[in-house]
Each structure stands twice: as structure tokens, then as C-alpha cells.
Design a protein around this ligand. Structure first.
Ligand code: FE
Length: 196
């Protein structure tokens, strides 16, 4: 594959985003954006996720790297809507199997807070603060509707990995490993564009 294919251009762009913004802290947590992304992707891999869901885990917070809001904007009462921004950006190249879990990872938190007391109890302070800005736990009607979404299961899995991926100093594979995983997904899609 040559360096100027759309896939390689995108991977270069992703790697550039992490190079420029990845050392910023993940809001309110003792880890960087890059560490958080790598830990989420590693958890996906360890739990047997396919390449698309590992890629979604790796890139679920790419929206944070795309906007210019302060990393602590939640403390100022601002919802950065990073899930929508990230999903829109990813949808230029990836299918629903990557884009939808990313788009839904905040909705999945609102869902889990409504149905799982233990999940709610283990939320970090930062996650609890952003939850209130994101609309709080779902109502019963909202939980039923969310369960019908085709990407419901993937979104819930991603959300649980997202919540766990906040461990300082945890060893992970390097960024290149997950860029390779994204390359696999993109190459497959280029070869059969009708798939998700
Ligand atoms: Fe996250």
C-alpha cells in the first residue's frame, strides 16, 4: 500500500492528532488522552472484540482531540459533545461498526447509570460531573429505546472499557499497534464498500 492512499492519509492524520494533542490530560483523570485511548483499545482486545470494535475503543474520544475547548470544560459547565464530533469525523472513512459505538458511548453511560447501580457507584468524579452535563441517567422510556439500537451491545461494551481505562502507568501496546488495527478495518472496507 502506498503512502498516499486515503487509508494511509487518514492514519497519518490520526497519528498527527495524537502527536499534537495526546499528551493533554484526560479531563479530571490521572492519565493522558493517548494513555486513555490505548487502555480502552487494549481492554477491547483482551475481551475478544473484533478489529472494528477495538478501533472504536481506540478512537472513541477522538472528538476531544478535534475541538479547542479546554480539557476541564466540564468544570465550567460545558458539554463538549465530543461523541458527536468524533463520530462525524470518523464517518468520513469508517462504517457503522466503528462510528456508532463512538457516537453512542455517552448515551451508553446515561443508560448504564439508569440500569446498573454498581456502574453508577464506580464512576469517577469527573465522569459523574460530565454525566450531569450530558443529561443525567436515562428515563425508563429512553432505556427501552436505547436497547433497540443495532449498536446497543457494542456501545455498552465500549462504555465499560472507557470507564476502566483510567489507570496511571498501565503498560499497553504502542499507538502503531492500534493504527494497524484501524488499517485492517479500513482496508477491508475499501475491498468491500457495501459492508458496514
Ligand atoms: Fe473515554
Amino acid at each position: 500500500m502506498t503512502a498516499d492512499t486515503p487509508t494511509e492519509v487518514l492514519l497519518h492524520e490520526i497519528s498527527g492528532l495524537f502527536a499534537r494533542r495526546g499528551r493533554e490530560m484526560y479531563a479530571g483523570e490521572p492519565i493522558t488522552q493517548t494513555e486513555h485511548a490505548l487502555q480502552a483499545a487494549l481492554l477491547a482486545e483482551e475481551n475478544g472484540a473484533d478489529a472494528a470494535l477495538v478501533t472504536a475503543a481506540f478512537l472513541h474520544d477522538v472528538g476531544h482531540l478535534l475541538h479547542d475547548l479546554d480539557e476541564d470544560c466540564a468544570e465550567e459547565g460545558i458539554d463538549d459533545k465530543h461523541e458527536a464530533l468524533g463520530a462525524e469525523w470518523l464517518s468520513r472513512h469508517f462504517g457503522a461498526d466503528v462510528v456508532e459505538p463512538v457516537r453512542l458511548h455517552v448515551a451508553a453511560k446515561r443508560y448504564l447509570c439508569a440500569v446498573d447501580e454498581q456502574y453508577f457507584a464506580q464512576l469517577s468524579d469527573a465522569s459523574r460531573l460530565s454525566l450531569s452535563l450530558q443529561g443525567g441517567p436515562f428515563t425508563t422510556a429512553q432505556t427501552r429505546k436505547f436497547e433497540e439500537h443495532p449498536s446497543f451491545v457494542a456501545a455498552i461494551k465500549l462504555r465499560r472499557w472507557d470507564e476502566q481505562a483510567r489507570i496511571p502507568q498501565l503498560p499497553t501496546p504502542p499507538l502503531e499497534h492500534y493504527l494497524d488495527c484501524a488499517r485492517t478495518v479500513l482496508t477491508r472496507r475499501a475491498e468491500s464498500p457495501q459492508s458496514t
